[in-house]
Design a protein around this ligand. Structure first.
Ligand SMILES: *Cc1c(COP(=O)(O)O)cnc(C)c1O
Length: 387
C-alpha cells in the first residue's frame, strides 16, 4: 500500500538532495565553526552560504538572519526579545487568536508577567482587518505579531497592509511565516515586517533548525547567553548539518516555488470540489481564495474528525483534524473557535495539506476512500445526525 501523506503543514520529509548535502557535515567537515583551522573554517563558510540563501529567499540582508532551533524559538525570540528590549516604551502587544501556540503561549506568558495583550478578532474566513489593527494601537504598543498564513485553515493575512499600519505608528511588526516561506513569495520590505520566523522542516529541510529575520536597527534582547555565535545574538555551537540542509532546501524551494504553487493549487481545488460534490453537509473552512496553495480544510457534519483520521490511516492516508488528530489534546482547535465555529463543527473538521510528492492519483484515492469512510461512520452514529 502506498502511503498518502497529506500533513505537510505539520512537517515534511527531507528531500534526498538535502540529506546528501548535509552528510559531509556530520563526518568530514565536523569542525567547530568558531575555530581557526581548516575544517572549522570550512564549516563556517557553509553556514555563511546557507545564511545568504535564506536571506535571498526573503529579500533580507545576510547579517539580518539568525539561525534558531526552529519556528518556535524564532517566535519566542522575536516576541520576548522585542518586549524586553523596549519596556521603557510600553508593554502592549497586538496579536490574533489564530496564531500558532508558539506565539500564543509566549503572549500568555508575557501577560502573566505584566504585559497587556490584545487578541484581534478575525472574520469567519480567518482574516484580520488592518483597520482593526490600527484601532488597537495605543501609546504603549511595542509589538504587533500576526502570522503570514494560518497553519490550520490556510488563510493568508494582508501582511503588507498591516505592515503599513505598523510603520506609520512606529510599532515593531513580527510575522510568523513558517507556512509560507519557500512556498509563496515572501519579501520583508514589501511586507513591511521587522521580524519574520521560518522553519526548515516545513519546506523539505530537517527538523530542529529555523531562522529569525531581524531588521537592522531592531532593538531586541538576546536570551541565549554564552558564546559569540550568530554575532552574539544566539549563543551555542551551530547546528552545521541542519543549517546546511536548511540552506539547500531553501534554494530548491525558491527555484520551484511558482510552478509548485500552481500545481498544488490545482490539485487542492480538485480535492475540495470533489469532497463538496461527493459528501453532503461538507463546508470549506478558511478563505475560499486567499489561502495556502496546499491547504484543504473542511468540516464534514455528523462525523468526528478523529474517527475519520483513524479510518483514513487504515488505508495509509495521513491527515489532521481540528482537534489535533490522535495527539494529546481533545480540545477543539482554538483557530476553528476563533472563526466562529461551534465545538461540534471544529471536531468534525479535517485538514489535508498537500506536498511536493502528492499526485493526481493520490487525490483520486482520497476522493474514493473518504466518502466511503464518512458513509460508514454516519451509518454507525445515526444519533449524531438527529442532533
Ligand atoms: C510548525 C509551525 C511552527 C513551529 O515550528 P517548529 O520548527 O516546529 O518549532 C510555528 N508556526 C507555525 C505557523 C507553524 O506551522
Amino acid at each position: 500500500m502506498r502511503r498518502i501523506y497529506l500533513d505537510d503543514a505539520r512537517t515534511t520529509p527531507v528531500r534526498p538532495e538535502v540529506v546528501q548535502a548535509m552528510l559531509p557535515y556530520f563526518t568530514d567537515v565536523f569542525g567547530n565553526p568558531s575555530t581557526i583551522y581548516a575544517c572549522g573554517q570550512e564549516a563556517k563558510g557553509a553556514i555563511e552560504e546557507a545564511r545568504s540563501r535564506v536571506a535571498d529567499l526573503i529579500g533580507a540582508g545576510i547579517d539580518e538572519i539568525v539561525f534558531t532551533s526552529g519556528g518556535t524559538e524564532a517566535d519566542n525570540f522575536a516576541i520576548k526579545g522585542v518586549v524586553h528590549a523596549n519596556e521603557s516604551r510600553g508593554k502592549h502587544i497586538i496579536t490574533t487568536p489564530i496564531e500558532h501556540h508558539a506565539v500564543l503561549e509566549t503572549c500568555h506568558f508575557l501577560e502573566e508577567n505584566g504585559c497587556r495583550v490584545t487578541y484581534l478578532p478575525v472574520d469567519g474566513n480567518g482574516l484580520v482587518d488592518p483597520a482593526e489593527v490600527r484601532r488597537a494601537i495605543a501609546s504603549d504598543t511595542v509589538l504587533i505579531s500576526i502570522m503570514h498564513a494560518n497553519n490550520e485553515v490556510g488563510t493568508i493575512e494582508p501582511i503588507a497592509e498591516i505592515g503599513k499600519v505598523a510603520r506609520e505608528a512606529g510599532v515593531y511588526f513580527h510575522t510568523d511565516a513558517v507556512q509560507t516561506a519557500g512556498h509563496l513569495p515572501v519579501n520583508v520590505d514589501e511586507m513591511g515586517v521587522d521580524l519574520l520566523s521560518m522553519s526548515a522542516h516545513k519546506l523539505y529541510g530537517p527538523k530542529g533548525i529555523g531562522a529569525l529575520y531581524i531588521r537592522k536597527g531592531t532593538r531586541l534582547v538576546t536570551f541565549m547567553h554564552g558564546g559569540e555565535q550568530e554575532r552574539g545574538r544566539r549563543a551555542s555551537t551551530e547546528n552545521v548539518p541542519g543549517i546546511v540542509g536548511f540552506g539547500h532546501a531553501v534554494a530548491l524551494a525558491g527555484e520551484e516555488m511558482s510552478a509548485e504553487a500552481e500545481r498544488l493549487t490545482s490539485l487542492r481545488n480538485r480535492l475540495i470540489d470533489g469532497l463538496m460534490e461527493k459528501i453532503d453537509h461538507t463546508r470549506l473552512n478558511g478563505h475560499p481564495t486567499q489561502r495556502l496553495p496546499n491547504n484543504a480544510n473542511v468540516s464534514i457534519a455528523y462525523v468526528e474528525g478523529e474517527s475519520m483520521c483513524l479510518n483514513l490511516d487504515f488505508d495509509g492516508i495521513c491527515v489532521s483534524t481540528g482537534s489535533a488528530c490522535s495527539s494529546a489534546s481533545t480540545e477543539p482547535s482554538h483557530v476553528m473557535l476563533a472563526l466562529g465555529m461551534s465545538p461540534l463543527e471544529a471536531h468534525s473538521s479535517l485538514r489535508m495539506s498537500l506536498g511536493r510528492w502528492t499526485t493526481e492519483e493520490d487525490i483520486a484515492t482520497v476522493l474514493e476512500v473518504l466518502p466511503r469512510v464518512v458513509g460508514k461512520l454516519r451509518a454507525m452514529s445515526p444519533l449524531l445526525k438527529n442532533q
